[in-house]
Design a protein around this ligand. Structure first.
Ligand SMILES: Cc1cc2nc3c(=O)[nH]c(=O)nc-3n(C[C@H](O)[C@H](O)[C@H](O)COP(=O)(O)OP(=O)(O)OC[C@H]3O[C@@H](n4cnc5c(N)ncnc54)[C@H](O)[C@@H]3O)c2cc1C
Length: 466
């Protein structure tokens, strides 16, 4: 029996950061991961594989050059799976090795195997038991598999399996227009696959600002993606024909396709933890309930990352784990999780947002003024052939920035300017008084701020805009 200050179960996004945070401050830490390779969904099946595939697809299909040089959309669509997977394998190897190196240099004791609770301070892996004063559960999540799909067939994929696809399909149906579904729809459409997205709701990504959703829908339509909203699959049968997957919809309609990718949300990995032995129980889709410091009902056991559900991002999981560890050990550092976090959605084009949408601001009764700046009217935008835009939402009274929305190249990078401005209570004047590099897409902040100022200008004299 080995005793530790902290045991972390799960070596993905949250687990690595939690383990290293405690070890950095001198605690004796064990990290238990069931797979040989660290990284979890972040490195092996979710975040990095999907982003690497997207980048490779954009490169192989010369997607970025098409707008610039008027290339035909049908060019270079013969990307082969081995071309796609080469970079993916490389990125996965590098990132997993980085994580392994990080835990080694912080003297975190690595245990390989599947952990389950024996009691609230004891965890078992194989024949061995480990005890700790504190435990962090960071076991992540797996794709939820609705029972109507026969996942044992080669043509029926969930979002973990799709990163190991054997052949780029000519036709595919994606079930679910959430973030993962729309990201894969764009990626495969860029490779020349004819994609149909089936979604029970009447729109996609309803948490985004509606102007951004409209712009994304138009872009995805231009990519050739078909949406079937308010449509529910009731049955999926696989046969031996050329389009072997038959999807029956609630309406009675049937869609024949080569491959179906089911993106129906995620399920927390808690089933094999023997939670009752620790005095814990799982809620909806296996998730654990935590307080604002990420402690479960058993105060020396914390949980972070996908295992606690929303927002289920690698970015937030890492910070949740750091906050949980600082709280458990009473480190006077990183005591709270910021409520302000950005969303990055790697569609084509990419999207990012932070803070309020126009819709949520109005629901909260906030008087707003909105400034927009188009990348088409931006010098860097003209150079790279970018046509997206930046939209800033300010509080009309205080002029403070309360929300930012961006669609276009590097949107997920550009949004951090808004994030930091909001952290520091910046507003319209922050952007107008700042001198930006030229030519850059970031300069759009200044012109969106001028645009907002124009909207507020009651004297009718227009200030600079672009
Ligand atoms: C397709 C896709 C795209 C995504 N894109 C993004 C994105 O762009 N940005 C973003 O921020 N997030 C993204 N995410 C979400 C992100 O991947 C997850 O939020 C993140 O990986 C969760 O981190 P985690 O540490 O909670 O879980 P994981 O990273 O999954 O790690 C959990 C680890 O626990 C291990 N484990 C489970 N049970 C046990 C056990 N009993 N014993 C020992 N080990 C165990 C697992 O093997 C795994 O390694 C995406 C997800 C998917 C699926």
């Amino acid at each position: 029996m080995s005793h530790f200050d902290l045991i972390v179960i799960g070596g993905g996004a949250a687990g690595e950061k939690g383990a290293v945070q405690a070890a950095y401050f001198g605690k004796k830490v064990a990290l238990i991961e069931k797979e040989n390779q660290l990284g979890g969904a972040m490195v092996n099946t979710g975040t990095l594989p999907s982003k690497t595939l997207r980048e490779t697809a954009l490169h192989l299909s010369q997607f970025r050059q098409r707008g610039l040089h008027g290339l035909d959309l049908s060019l270079n669509r013969k990307a082969e799976v081995k071309d796609l997977l080469f970079r993916l394998n490389e990125v996965t190897r590098i990132e997993s090795a980085r994580m392994q190196h990080n835990i080694e240099r912080h003297n975190v004791h690595r245990v390989t195997g599947t952990a389950h609770f024996v009691d609230a301070h004891t965890v078992q892996v194989g024949e061995r038991q480990y005890t700790a004063d504190f435990i962090l559960i960071a076991t992540g999540s797996a794709p939820f598999r609705p029972p109507e799909y026969p996942f044992e067939h080669l043509n029926v994929y969930d979002s973990d399996e799709i990163v190991r696809i054997h052949e780029i399909p000519k036709h595919m149906v994606i079930v679910g227009a959430g973030v993962i579904g729309v990201e894969y729809a764009c990626l495969f459409a860029a490779l020349g696959t004819q994609v149909t997205v089936v979604e029970p709701k009447d729109c996609m990504l309803s948490f985004l600002d509606s102007e951004i959703v409209a712009a994304l829908t138009a872009s995805m339509n231009r990519l050739g993606i078909t949406f079937l909203f308010k449509s529910k699959v009731t049955n999926c049968i696989v046969n031996e024909s050329a389009l072997p997957v038959a999807l029956k919809l609630e309406t009675g309609e049937c869609i024949q396709t080569e491959l179906v990718l089911v993106c129906a949300g995620r399920q927390a990995n808690t089933a094999n933890l023997n939670l009752p032995a620790a005095g814990l129980s799982a809620g909806k889709r296996g998730q654990l309930e935590v307080d604002s410091h990420f402690c479960t009902g058993v105060k020396h056991i914390a949980a972070a990352g996908d295992v606690i559900g929303f927002p289920a991002l690698a970015s937030t999981g890492m910070d949740q784990a750091r906050v949980a560890i600082c709280h458990l050990f009473d480190f006077k550092y990183k005591t709270n999780m910021t409520p302000l976090f950005p969303y990055g959605i790697y569609t084509i084009p990419e999207i990012s947002m932070v803070g309020e949408t126009e819709e949520t601001a109005h629901t909260k009764g906030i008087q707003t003024v909105v400034g927009r700046s188009s990348f088409g009217a931006n010098s860097r935008g003209a150079i790279i052939g970018e046509t997206g835009f930046l939209k800033l939402i300010f509080n009309r009274q205080s002029r403070a920035l309360i929300g930012a929305h961006c669609i276009g190249e590097s949107a997920t990078e550009i949004i951090h300017i808004a994030l930091v401005a909001m952290q520091l209570s910046g507003g319209i004047d922050t952007f107008i008084e700042s001198c930006f590099n030229y030519p850059t897409l970031s300069e759009a902040y200044k012109y969106a701020a001028y645009d907002a100022l124009n909207q507020m200008n009651t004297k009718g004299t227009h200030v600079e805009s672009r």
